[in-house]
Write a protein that binds this ligand. Structure first.
Ligand code: AHR
Length: 477
């Protein structure tokens, strides 16, 4: 069957929040220490103690927001250990990841990083071993005027201007504590923190993958207080033998469907339970591909992983009415979209995808119909339905004079010929950027960039296009 994509610029779905292209850094492995802030003594170009090569790559991602300090690390972190002169800060033992924590990177350093790369900070407070008062003081420290008690402390530590942190995560993966307890704890923290600054937006712990009971309980108890609910979803399929049967490759492709299902069902639950609060959103503040458990959670992501990430971002755009924020876990080295060694930093195909979407996709999602043949994962992951080879999402500017269409061809071996229609067609030239490589498991490294982006100026929007096997094509005008 010939494939068809029909984009209807005159049928808006809703506004796309740029925060869906967000990232996450944690004091874990070589993400914060060693990834962004190099180990002491490493001779490498730096900007105020941060690796210049990493900063440059992060800026290329145009990150709307970055979440910190965890993750699970945040559940044992006491923020006051990380402010004031570095030499006076205590070393602590990190009970989560079982390592020393030198507290060299704290609130001021994280804010400096965010400012440098142009991202909004998202801060996760310690709900497990911290208190509402400690969290409220952190809000005050970040946001109060320099004359206020906490503002004075911040000013004494060198930053008179408030940091203006808007987004605050209350807790992380407290699934073992139960949904009811977590929801009540959320309310205590939320009330104390919003008393310190009523303008902040708070994020409540959501389910692990899709868990309706967890999300229902959280929304029943805290639904009139929270601004976001945050399910986490890690997925992926680890078989990467190029000689393995195609179902193994498609099992990884299907991870996008599983992650998107968690997002879709959480959005639907918000519609069902909080129709009177349409501004409440889903923040999937940890998502990604996690297939190895080796030390440091280092993953060398390949092209196939990049295509999974692109399909998930397509889904987030389509779900834009409730899908308001998301954070790939994580930014550097640990499950990282950027990897480093002692001399270089390089981007994985996932970083390339984030850069393309964050820089080129537009503000309003529009209807986009796709018809294409389907692949099967078969018995490798029996819960997964057959899915179309082509996956697409379209966005446009508010006036409709600019548009972007993202098309993933998940076919492992074949190009897909496709008829394209975009109505009303925007004037001007259209540029196609194709992310592709000679193999579906191609990776980049410190010295080679096997996954590349080819740019083609097409004149107007094409009526037909041949999407290369295992590729992402982003059309924009
Ligand atoms: O991203 C790594 C870890 O995965 C985070 O600390 C935790 O929240 C999740 O389980």
């Amino acid at each position: 069957m010939p494939a068809t994509i029909r984009v209807h610029l005159d049928q808006p779905i809703g506004e796309v929040s740029r925060n869906i292209y967000g990232h996450f850094i944690e004091h874990l492995g070589a993400c914060v220490y060693g990834g962004i802030w190099p180990q002491p003594g490493l001779k490498i170009a730096q900007v105020r103690g941060m690796r210049a090569d990493v900063l440059e790559l992060v800026k290329g991602l145009n990150p709307p927001n970055i979440r910190w300090p965890g993750g699970c690390f945040s559940e044992y972190y006491h923020w006051e250990d990380g402010v004031g002169p570095v030499a006076d800060r205590p070393w602590r033992f990190d009970w989560m990841w079982k390592k020393p924590e030198p507290n060299v990177v704290g609130t001021h350093e994280f804010m400096d990083f965010c400012r440098e790369v142009g991202a909004e900070p998202v801060v996760a407070v310690n709900v497990r071993t911290g208190s509402p008062e400690e969290a409220a003081n952190w809000v005050g420290y970040c946001n109060a005027a320099a004359g206020d008690t906490q503002g004075k402390r911040r000013a004494r530590n060198g930053h008179a201007e408030p940091f203006g942190v808007k987004f605050w995560d209350i807790g992380n993966e407290s699934w073992d504590l139960g949904a009811e307890f977590s929801a009540r704890r959320f309310i205590e923290f939320n009330d104390a923190m919003k008393a310190a600054d009523p303008n902040i937006k708070t994020v409540a712990v959501g389910s692990s993958g899709w868990d309706e009971n967890w999300n229902r309980t959280m929304l029943e108890i805290a639904g009139d207080k929270l601004d976001f609910i945050a399910p986490h979803h890690y997925d992926g399929w680890g078989e990467r033998d190029p000689a393995a049967p195609p179902e193994q490759y498609y099992a990884n492709m299907a991870s996008a469907w599983r992650i998107a299902e968690t997002a879709r069902r959480t959005c639907e639950l918000l519609d069902e339970m909080l129709p009177q609060r349409p501004q409440v959103g889903v923040s999937m503040d940890e998502w990604g591909i996690w297939v190895h458990h080796q030390q440091g959670l280092q993953h060398g992501y390949d092209l196939s992983d990049g295509l999974v990430a692109a399909s998930v971002l397509n889904a987030f755009q389509r779900l834009c009415r409730r899908m308001k924020m998301a954070n790939w876990a994580q930014l550097v080295n640990v499950l990282g979209v950027i990897n480093t060694d002692e001399t270089r930093a390089w981007e994985t195909p996932i970083a390339t995808v984030f850069g393309l979407y964050s820089n080129l996709c537009r503000e309003v999602a529009v209807a986009c119909e796709v018809e294409s043949d389907r692949f099967t994962v078969g018995s490798v992951r029996p819960d997964i339905p057959d899915l179309p080879y082509l996956d697409a999402s379209a966005t446009r500017s508010p006036k409709g004079d600019h548009a972007a269409l993202c098309v993933v061809n998940r076919h492992r071996d074949a190009e897909v010929a496709c008829r394209l229609s975009i109505t009303p067609a925007p004037a001007g030239e259209c540029i196609a950027r194709e992310m592709d490589a000679d193999h579906w498991f191609a990776k980049n490294g410190p010295r080679e960039q096997r996954v590349t982006v080819k740019e083609k100026t097409l004149g107007g929007w094409p009526e037909e296009y041949r999407f290369p096997a295992h590729s992402l094509t982003l059309f924009s005008c």
